[in-house]
Write a protein that binds this ligand. Structure first.
Ligand code: IDP
Ligand code: MG
Length: 152
């Protein structure tokens, strides 16, 4: 199964939307395999967003993500990376499609509620920034036998 890294940003936590966001991913059939509520460190933020270092919005992105507790998570499921990117919607919530997390719950690019990895390579790297292999739990969701037409 594929894994992706998802992080509810401080606005999502402060607005009391962690349950709503987690619920959307759970209802899709994805399986939560790691989660914690933490204030991320500067090192973690610099590493997670290293491709944006030097861009004009980087300082505000850094202070936004460090402005309060976040909820980093790992989700598992077939094509988890692409599926979650579709579920969260476009970077700018004002342009994100209705039905997506950002499209339904936000208004501003600088307060877009949630991060999700953009490729399997980013997912592996980002999971490693926030979790160790021991943090990832193994269990079965009861609907697994009916969720997929076939399983490997
Ligand atoms: P993504 O989160 O949809 O992958 P990226 O382009 O990777 O979007 O940007 C990372 C994050 O940086 C965004 O989610 C958003 O919080 C912030 N960001 C990106 N572009 C802007 C901008 O133009 N103004 C303010 N913040 C931005
Ligand atoms: Mg990105």
């Amino acid at each position: 199964m594929d894994r992706t890294f998802v992080m509810i940003k401080p606005d999502g936590v402060a607005r009391g939307l962690t349950g709503a966001i987690i619920s959307r991913l759970e209802k899709k059939g994805l399986k939560l395999v790691a989660a914690r509520l933490v204030c991320v460190t500067e090192t973690q933020v610099m590493d997670q967003y290293r491709e944006h270092a030097g861009k004009p919005f980087f300082p505000s992105l850094k202070s936004y993500v460090m402005s309060g507790p976040c909820m980093p998570m790992v989700w598992e499921g077939r094509n988890a990376v692409a599926v979650v990117r579709h579920l969260i919607g476009a970077t700018n919530p004002a342009e994100a499609a209705p039905g997506t997390i950002r499209g339904d719950l936000g208004l501003d690019t600088g307060r877009n509620l949630v991060h999700a990895s953009d490729s399997p390579e980013s997912a592996a790297r980002e999971i490693g920034i926030h979790f160790t292999e021991k943090d990832l739990v193994e269990y079965r969701r009861v609907e697994e036998p009916v969720l997929y037409e076939w399983t490997e």
